[in-house]
Write a protein that binds this ligand. Structure first.
Ligand code: ZN
Length: 637
């Protein structure tokens, strides 16, 4: 690991923030916080924080010693000064004299001493930062350090490697108690350059932003060099079938098995994010996967995103998806039963005060295929995927030098069911389509607006269009995926739906919207034109619906088909047969799907859209159609 400090960039940060009235300490604190936040080997998704002790003026014009510390909700990679709320240092330091302090009281004290009442909550590790004397303090959950300390003899390994340069702090859950013990460890040997937190992470400090940051890089690099002394081949490969099914084939099965069924309501569904780097495959293909993968999270706060244990399922043999589905169902059942027992056991130990979270896994390991991160949104699924990949790295390196051994579950329950996290969950907004995957065909005016509406309601959205650029543009607006697809070509459609399954894990909603209008007096229309219109305005609807339904059946959680039909299907206009005839057939197609798949919970509906200015209903088309119906353009519209 190399230092990314750059004098020119640091100076530019000073100039830019200086122009906004931000002091030098904060400007450089922002600069090196970003350097740390941008390296996934140091921090991932909120794991880590930084601080600087400086002076700040309140609204009365009085100047105070403050600690500007990372606030909750700020992303270190993109942090701005607002993400480092200033808290009066004096009162925080006085708290060290207390014997005990609840998490709620700690948060209350921190908020009471903010200079800005609207600032985000200072990090839960604020007191640890405040009790240390150094101006700049950096904290990360560096992968290499975790591989070193997540060992039965992790403390001894860290002592030997750092040779007195780092204090070693035993594991205590983040909060007041940890801050006190860390400060005591520091006081015993005040010349240390940082602290190793057993089974948690690393702190470094310094008088300047550069010193604290470069110490972080140096100490993590030392851990990395120690790991390089490990075995080059860590995992012996286990038995795999000759050919395994693809991620796209199995993702809907996994998604379906992990969905939570609720009588009379939509199931709780998850989005799945697939990962298959060589390191991931090496890990999931290991003969001992069931051992090393099930020992728990690499650092406590991952548990909120990944739960303590991933779900492990057997390798899916190509062509035997039914067997795989049965095995997955059984594995999920076991996982849920074990989670329920864990919760009951640990909740009883704390007096039965906790509200149970859903028992579903957030990471699925599939030998021969890779891993899947699960989340209620695509973003949450990606975070679970990132943390799972990081876990693969940490455990691989830990096993290379010894035996991976993280914290016992009793220590982790406190984090998973931490009162402050439980409070956050209670405030979470679930949108009507949260957890659902929608596919929209046609990236014109109606398709784009539909994609936006679905994404606004929480769905992960894929847009298919014959014009790949148009699909990509419509998808960009909704943070979805755009796929080039000619819906009249069954091969194209199959590939597009496979891509959606590989990206989001399946399909719950299909808006079959792509279409085009052909006109002509029915007796004069060449067969070729009529057949072309039937290809797009009827057969393509059938092709996409068939693909979507096949995936929905694999998931077993129902779904919805929505066909954009046309007024022409029920109220045909003169000389518009080439358009209206296939649309009328599509209306019956919609009914047929309702009849044939309603019992599977798949709804089928259509919209006879009309008078929507779009790529299809252009000014010329309006002129032609109003003339055909013998009304004015205004009257027609
Ligand atoms: Zn931490």
């Amino acid at each position: 690991m190399k230092s990314q400090w750059n004098d020119d960039e640091a100076r530019r940060a000073l100039e830019a923030y200086g122009a906004e009235g931000v002091n030098e300490d904060i400007a450089l604190r922002v600069y090196t916080t970003r350097l740390i936040g941008r390296d996934p080997l140091l921090v991932l998704h909120g794991g880590g924080n930084t601080s600087v002790k400086t002076r700040a003026v309140d609204d009365l014009g009085q100047e105070h010693d403050v600690i500007a510390v990372k606030g909750s909700g700020a992303d270190m990679a993109e942090i701005e000064p607002w993400g480092l709320p200033a808290v009066k240092l004096g009162p925080l330091r006085e708290m060290r004299g207390l014997d005990a302090l609840s998490d709620e009281a700690m948060v209350n004290c921190q908020r009471l001493n903010l200079l800005d009442a609207a600032a985000p909550n200072p990090s839960v590790e604020t007191l640890l930062h405040a009790f240390l004397p150094h101006k700049f303090v950096d904290h990360a959950h560096a992968a290499a350090v975790l591989s070193l300390v997540d060992q039965p003899d992790g403390v001894a390994l860290a002592r030997e490697l750092y040779n007195g340069r780092m204090g070693i702090v035993p594991y205590i859950a983040p909060g007041f108690d940890l801050a006190k013990v860390a400060a005591d460890v520091f006081d015993e040997k005040p010349d240390v350059e940082g602290l190793i937190l057993h089974k948690h992470g690393i702190f470094t400090f310094g008088d300047t932003a550069q010193d604290a940051y470069e110490r972080m890089i140096e100490m993590v690099s030392l851990a990395e060099s120690r790991l390089r002394q490990g075995r080059p081949v860590v995992f012996q490969a286990g038995q795999l079938p000759g050919a395994t099914a693809s991620a796209a084939e199995i993702a809907p099965i996994l998604r379906g098995a992990c969905a939570i069924h609720r009588p009379g309501q939509e199931p709780v569904r998850f989005i799945a994010e697939y990962r298959s780097s060589p390191a991931v495959l090496d890990y999931v293909n290991g003969a001992e996967l069931a051992s090393y993968s099930q020992r728990g999270v690499v650092t406590p706060d991952h548990i909120i995103r990944t739960k303590n244990k991933p779900l492990e399922v057997p390798a899916p043999e190509s062509g035997k998806l039914d067997d795989f589905a049965k095995a997955v169902e059984a594995a999920v059942e076991t996982y849920v039963a074990e989670y329920d027992l864990y919760f009951a056991r640990e909740n009883e130990a704390v007096g039965g005060t906790k509200t149970k979270l859903d028992p579903m896994p957030r990471v699925v390991l599939v030998p021969g295929v890779g891993l899947f991160g699960l989340g209620r949104s695509a973003k949450d699924a990606a975070i679970a995927g990132d943390l799972a990949e990081n876990t693969v790295r940490v455990i691989t390196d830990a096993e290379a030098i010894g035996r991976y051994e993280p914290l016992p579950e009793s220590d982790l329950f406190a984090l998973e069911y931490w009162s402050l996290e439980q409070a956050k969950l209670a405030k979470q907004v679930v949108k009507p389509l949260t957890g659902q995957v929608a596919v929209v065909t046609g990236a014109g005016a109606i398709g784009t607006a539909t994609a936006k509406a679905l994404a606004g309601d929480g769905a992960a959205v894929a847009v298919l269009d014959i014009d790949g650029e148009a699909a990509a543009e419509a998808a960009r607006a909704v943070k979805g995926i755009g796929i080039a697809c000619d819906v009249t070509k069954p091969g194209d459609v199959a590939n597009a739906f496979a891509a959606v399954c590989a990206r989001f894990g399946g399909v719950d909603l299909l808006v079959s919207n792509a279409g085009a209008a052909w006109q002509g007096r029915i007796g004069d229309v060449p067969d070729e034109v009529l057949r072309k219109s039937f290809e797009l305005n009827f057969f393509a609807h059938q092709t996409v619906a068939r693909e979507a339904v096949a995936i929905m059946l694999k998931q077993g959680t129902g779904g919805a088909l929505l066909f954009n039909i046309s007024k022409q299907a029920v109220n045909p206009g003169q000389n518009f047969g080439p358009y209206g005839l296939p649309k009328a057939a599509t209306m019956l197609l919609m009914r047929q799907y309702a009849l044939d798949y309603g019992a599977d919970g798949i709804r089928s509906n259509g919209v006879n859209a009309d008078r929507i200015r779009s790529g299809l209903l252009t000014d010329e088309m309006i002129a032609a159609r109003s003339e055909a119906r013998g009304v004015t353009e205004t009257g027609y519209m």
